[in-house]
Write a protein that binds this ligand. Structure first.
Ligand code: ZN
Length: 277
């Protein structure tokens, strides 16, 4: 299922992830410092939680995310580089091997894989065997990175569906890119805010949660900003019985009621209505 009208709430890694992964969002007055993360909520609801990362653990862009990651029951960073440049000694497919560390039991689980994805610098995100679109400009590098990321997601999906405990794979980005600029709020273009968001779910999930699947089908082309990802995930994981969940923000609920008229990005400075203009 592809939710094909999804936007980054803020086209920079830390603010976008901080809101996507916590109860804080643009539409509520709850301050980030007081907002629980989806990991805290899932732990309390009896999920066992994992965070596997190929991002840097420490550094200006990474430390706030690491604070959230450390709330998982189990954490592992395969990437040991430190510093301001986003780099790793590994390509993202290495993360997939870590899935084997998770016992294939019926216990409820939430596993977050934090990839490097297609983040700048694009040419560092794929092995040379994925250099299909050439190597002479940033757009080519970005296209190669996307091609590789598709391969990573396909490989991950094949691994997950071979397990008995597979329920769903959800993919969402923190922000998009303009290959020639990157992602820079001062040089904003809508390409930087348009992001992928898709879900692959098992037959078992679809049968048990038919209301959720029906709502997603109804809502899949409605606009969504990724700061509401917390509410979506509470709904999708069936952890609605917590004071921070707001069905109005949950695109997997038939109560989802955000419209393009009231949705914004970049600290409310841009309206989603203008995205199509
Ligand atoms: Zn980012």
């Amino acid at each position: 299922m592809i939710l094909n009208n999804t936007y980054s709430s803020y086209i920079a890694t830390v603010p976008a992830l901080s809101q996507a992964l916590t109860a804080s969002n643009q539409y509520s007055s709850l301050q980030l410092e007081k907002a629980p993360s989806i990991l805290e909520i899932a732990n309390t609801a009896g999920y066992e939680t994992w965070w596997f990362s190929n991002q840097n653990k420490l550094g200006g862009w990474d430390t706030p995310t690491t604070i959230i990651a450390n709330q998982a029951n189990h954490t592992e960073w395969i990437n040991t580089s430190i510093g301001q440049i986003i780099r790793s000694q590994f390509f993202d497919e290495e993360l997939i091997k870590l899935i084997d560390k998770i016992p294939d039991t019926s216990k409820k689980k939430l596993v977050i894989l934090h990839t490097l994805g297609c983040h700048t610098n694009y040419h560092s995100r794929y092995p040379t065997s994925f250099q299909k679109f050439g190597n002479n400009n940033k757009t080519n590098h970005y296209d190669n990175a996307i091609l590789y990321q598709d391969f990573v997601m396909k490989t991950l999906h094949e691994k997950l569906i071979s397990r008995n405990d597979f329920k769903a794979l959800i993919m969402i980005s923190d922000h998009g890119e303009d290959p020639n600029i990157g992602h820079d709020p001062d040089r904003f273009r809508w390409d930087m805010a348009e992001i992928p968001f898709w879900i692959s779910f098992s037959q078992n999930y679809a049968e048990k949660r038919s209301d959720t699947i029906a709502a997603l089908k109804d809502n899949h082309s409605k606009a969504f900003t990724n700061d509401m990802f917390f509410d979506f995930l509470c709904g999708f994981l069936n952890i609605k019985d917590n004071p921070y969940y707001d069905a109005k923000n949950d695109i997997s609920s038939d109560s989802y009621s955000r419209s393009e008229d009231d949705m914004t990005i970049l600290g409310k400075s841009k309206s989603i209505k203008d995205a199509k203009n």
